[in-house]
Ligand binder design. Structure first.
Ligand code: TXA
Ligand code: MG
Length: 344
């Protein structure tokens, strides 16, 4: 199968790309679409055969459920219930963060195929703010299931060329929306009734940060790591977001001593020698996430891109500097920890 990349940087090209994507989705096929977080591999969420193609193309185990993307808030009723006790909190979160990078776990409606939710009673839902994704979702007028457009366990794609590297030859279309705004997958949360404040569990950290969320309830970070089989956060496997090259996350500069004859690359947070990690003699290649001051949102935009580039070098090990663990640093450190666990 050939995998064309359709550009969208002029109105006629945009219209053509959106039309093609909608046509394929209506025919029960999969297409890669840009979102504000990472590129998604989209299919009609209410068509089980189409959803099955997502799992096949990604080589994703069926115990790992998908996120359902709505065209607008009116579609929420179709796919999910909001329990009365958490209605107020959920409404406030939706009001503030939709469309945007926040995914909510809610009790699912029967029309959502079990394949989408991996048999779980809940469905993960969000509304993407990406203008191209929105156009496609609106024209299709059906909920869209879309995991990140990479092979299972690999690095999420934040550009059309990264999608091509992951899924080229396996899918009939990639719509090119340029680089993704946030560069990290959406924050996934669950809201549970509690007094005096409802409980917000962060199932996957992302662009909507713990600092943001604590204004809406009592925060709880899900720390349990799942190694196999179905669970409440099946995507949170220990080994995930993994480059092929072994990766080591340091906690202090003295954790690293180069071994004779081995080749290393450094993923540097801000490229500052005074941080103590950047000894140029030790590394074949250094890539900096946020040159200069080290701004976490900027580091996030470059995060998967840098990881993917360093993975191409064929060095023996990628060494990662630690980042501040607040804001978007929470999600990046989480991903680095998962990436540094080698698959069994
Ligand atoms: O930003 C994003 O969320 C991107 C874009 C494309 O929207 N999508 C994305 O999908 O990251 P994916 O499939 O790579 O990750 C979704 C994660 C899964 O790993 C799964 O663990 C979790 O969402 N998930 C989905 N449904 C769930 C459910 N009912 N309960 C618990 N976790 C669920
Ligand atoms: Mg993913």
């Amino acid at each position: 199968m050939s995998t064309p990349i359709l550009p969208t940087d002029q109105p006629p090209l945009l219209h053509h790309a959106v039309e093609e994507a909608v046509r394929l989705l209506q025919a029960g096929d999969v297409v890669a679409l840009p979102t504000e977080t990472v590129y998604g591999l989209a299919a009609d969420a209410l068509n089980p055969q189409a959803v099955a193609k997502i799992f096949e193309v990604k080589e994703r185990p069926t115990f790992d459920p998908l996120i359902v993307h709505l065209a607008d808030i009116k579609m929420l009723d179709l796919v999910a219930d909001i329990p009365e006790e958490v209605k107020k909190t959920v409404a406030r979160l939706i009001e503030r963060y939709w469309p945007g990078p926040l995914t909510l776990l809610l009790p699912k409606k029967p029309c959502v195929p079990d394949l989408v939710t991996a048999g779980l009673p809940t469905v993960a839902v969000r509304i993407s703010s990406h203008p191209i994704f929105k156009r496609v979702a609106t024209a299709l007028n059906r909920p869209i299931a879309a995991p990140s457009a990479n092979r299972f366990g690999a690095i999420s794609p934040t550009s059309a060329s990264a999608v091509l590297a992951e899924l080229g030859g396996r899918i009939p279309l990639i719509v090119d929306g340029g680089a993704c705004l946030h560069g990290l997958e959406s924050t996934i949360i669950k809201v549970t009734p509690a007094t005096p404040k409802n409980l917000i569990t962060i199932v996957r950290p992302g662009p909507v940060t713990p600092e943001d969320l604590k204004l809406y309830g009592r925060l709880e970070r899900m720390t349990r790591t799942v190694v196999d089989g179905a669970s409440e956060a099946p995507g949170q496997l220990a080994s995930h977001y993994a480059p092929r090259t072994p990766l080591r996350l340091l906690s202090k500069p003295s954790d690293f001593t180069p071994e004779e004859g081995k080749r290393y690359a450094l993923m540097s947070y801000r490229g500052e020698e005074k941080d103590g990690y950047l000894d140029l003699a030790d590394f074949e290649q250094v890539m900096i996430l946020s040159p200069g001051n080290g701004k976490l949102p900027e580091a996030a935009v470059r995060f998967f891109y840098v990881l993917r580039e360093l993975d191409k070098l064929g060095v023996d090990e990628i060494i990662a500097e630690p980042m501040l663990e607040h804001g978007m640093g929470v999600a990046m450190m989480d991903k680095l920890r998962r990436a540094s666990v080698r698959p069994a």
